[in-house]
Design a protein around this ligand. Sequence first.
Ligand SMILES: *[C@@H]1O[C@H](CO)[C@@H](O)[C@H](O)[C@H]1NC(C)=O
Ligand SMILES: *[C@@H]1O[C@H](CO)[C@@H](O)[C@H](O)[C@H]1NC(C)=O
Length: 142
Amino acid sequence: MIIGCCFICVFAVLINKVFLDITVVGFTGGSVVLPCSSAEHDLKPHDINVLWRDKDSGNVYDLINGKAFVEQQIPRYKNRAQTFPDEYGKGNFSVRLINLTHTDAGEFNCFITHSADSKLQTVWLVVNEATVETTFLSFSCR
Ligand SMILES: *[C@@H]1O[C@H](CO)[C@@H](O)[C@H](O)[C@H]1NC(C)=O
Ligand SMILES: *[C@@H]1O[C@H](CO)[C@@H](O)[C@H](O)[C@H]1NC(C)=O
């Protein structure tokens, strides 16, 4: 068990190094927070413009002028992508994706376009099969 755990932890570190991006690991049926944050910490609503896109450039979530805008959201993310409105002003535009499936795995891009700061943050989502064993291993890694 301990060897298996270390292998998974080391593997996660290696994935991070290879892509030089953030890697998040979740389990089928579970949820993950896909992180995205700005260096600006005192943002006014009109200056909060963030686009979240998936590996097929599908619309996961938009924040336009500080408001959630889901009209263009593709159906598979409906009610599965949650943002944290209390955190926007602090520059935290992370998205929680719930009820994960294997189809969700892959690249997510967060495009931030403020007047003072524009950047692209890429997050890689790995979705593992939820089994008793993997749940145990992921807990014992912490
Ligand atoms: C997520 O999964 C739960 C439990 O299976 C279910 O009750 C809920 O409707 C699902 N929500 C969405 C948005 O798929
Ligand atoms: C952003 O907010 C989420 C939800 O509250 C939290 O889990 C995450 O740690 C926050 N990230 C930063 C960089 O503060």
